[in-house]
Write a protein that binds this ligand. Structure first.
Ligand SMILES: [Zn+2]
Ligand SMILES: [Zn+2]
Length: 490
């Protein structure tokens, strides 16, 4: 009796119906693999693999009319049940996969408050291998792959904080903030306005006040998982306040190491700088980051200047990026030609204050961008700039700004390569009639020469120009704070 029951049951199991030994062995191996797949990849995968032979064999039975033992109705019922089970399996596994990508989008940083360098390295390595494993599993699933892998969009807010930097980056549920602007609350208020409560990665590129001015408010006002800052101290009050806020929160600072990478949702972030442990210029301590999202990439240069750019180039890492946040607010001391060539961006973003006293962005930088036809977005003209990527296409929230240097923007609002300055009501000079150049004074259009370290501008051939000689418009020189040399009296 018992044997009969088993026989009846086996008649329904593909591979066991004919009682041929080789078929039974093949079938057993298949079912065993299905179970293992179920254990490693979840119940959905198990359902899919276990139901597949049932409905396939049902179809074969129906087509070949093998009515030997099983009546047609039963074959149809078996087909439907197994087919539904298979669809359920696919649904469960694709949902599970989405959940894991969501969960992965927030890196588990808790144990990472330990700032030991090795830990960071190990952690990022182990994450990398986990991601590789995840990626190989992903190839199993169907079209769902591409959409769930990129899980929505990458959204970058270049927040208008005046003369300074603050950049909010969102991918899935994960959030990163690079710098917090010069003011105490501008960045924190912007984040609150965006409904943000938690920052997974907080980056203070370097200790200058125009980058960390808003840090204490951000650290105190939001849940923060990890803080990256370069290994350098500063004597300013704002730096001390920032350190105190971090301490009060019981957090430790993670030191960035070039080449280290971490995940921000589905985006891959790589640290590119600083590459040395001591610099004369605080700006060169800037943490430089590259983010890759699908086929789009973005580079954030902090205030890194040509020296740091040279070091990055030497490392020969992949730095090509669609969008560059120019180093040091578009200063001529950053964005060297060789660096710009290698990054080879389509778009440049400049974070600088309208009419700032440094003359940022400088004419030399703007000329390089114009020459390469790189579209420029700048917070002094565009306000907050929001850039969105779906992994293939990049969109900006506004029209590009002009190629005017800060000095040019002050003297005339015309020309350049795009949207003219609109919000001139606040503190800019009264609008000139779009005056032709002669009327702004032929003298101002004159070319004068400056040196890399001095504060005077000179006539060509002045004895002070022996060491370095940089061509600049007289109007630019004046607006950048240079004064006439008393020797050559330009
Ligand atoms: Zn700065
Ligand atoms: Zn700086």
């Amino acid at each position: 009796m018992k044997k009969d029951n088993i026989k009846k049951l086996l008649m329904f199991i593909p591979g066991f119906r004919s009682h041929k030994t080789w078929k039974m062995i093949v079938a057993s191996i298949y079912y065993f693999i299905a179970i293992i797949t179920g254990v490693t990849n979840g119940f959905g995968a198990f359902l899919f693999f276990i139901s597949a032979p049932f409905w396939i064999f049902s179809i074969v039975d129906l087509v070949t009319h093998k009515k030997k033992a099983i009546p047609v109705q039963k074959v149809i019922i078996s087909f439907f049940i197994s087919f539904v089970l298979m669809i359920t399996g696919i649904t469960i596994s694709s949902q599970a996969e989405q959940n894991t990508t969501n969960a992965k989008s927030v890196p588990a940083e808790t144990e990472n408050t330990d700032s030991k360098e090795n830990n960071i390295n190990e952690e990022s390595k182990s994450k990398d291998t986990a991601d590789v494993a995840n990626a190989t599993q992903n190839t199993d699933s169907k079209e769902e792959k591409t959409s769930s892998k990129l899980n929505g969009k990458l959204k970058i807010h270049y927040i208008n904080v005046g003369q300074g930097d603050s950049i909010l980056i969102q991918q899935g549920d994960a959030t990163m903030l690079i710098d917090a602007g010069p003011d105490a609350n501008t960045t924190a208020n912007y984040l609150k306005g965006q409904g943000i409560k938690k920052i997974d990665i907080l980056v203070g590129t370097h200790p200058h006040a125009d980058h960390i001015g808003g840090m204490p408010a951000v650290i105190n006002g939001f849940e923060i998982n990890k803080i990256y800052m370069p290994k350098v101290t500063h004597t300013s009050k704002i730096f001390e306040n920032t350190m105190e806020s971090i301490k009060a929160k019981g957090m430790k600072i993670s030191t960035p190491h070039p080449g280290d990478s971490f995940k921000l949702g589905n985006a891959d972030c790589t640290i590119l700088a600083p590459n040395s442990s001591s610099y004369d210029n605080l700006n060169n301590y800037s943490i430089v980051l590259r983010i890759k999202f699908g086929n789009n990439s973005f580079i954030f240069d902090g205030d890194a200047e040509s020296l740091s750019e040279g070091e990055i180039l030497q490392k020969q890492l992949d730095i090509q990026s669609d969008v560059i946040k120019l180093g040091h607010h578009g200063s001529r001391t950053a964005t060297s030609q060789s660096y710009l060539n290698k990054v080879n961006p389509k778009y440049a973003v400049i974070s600088c204050g309208k009419g700032n006293s440094y003359g940022h962005p400088h004419a030399e930088t703007m000329a390089k961008l114009k020459e390469r036809n790189i579209k420029v977005y700048r917070t002094d003209e565009n306000g907050t700039i929001i850039c969105t990527s779906d992994g293939e296409n990049i969109k900006f929230s506004c029209e590009p700004g002009s190629y005017n240097s800060s000095a040019q923007s002050k003297s005339n609002n015309t020309g350049g390569g795009g949207a003219a300055v609109k919000k001139s009501s606040t503190n800019s000079a009264p609008k000139h009639n779009p005056a032709p150049k002669q009327t702004t004074g032929s003298k101002k259009g004159e070319t004068v020469y400056i040196t890399s370290s001095g504060k005077k501008y000179h006539r060509s051939g002045c004895q002070y120009l022996k060491k370095s000689c940089i061509e600049i418009k007289k109007s630019d020189a004046i607006s950048e704070g240079y004064t006439p040399c008393s020797k050559c009296n330009p």
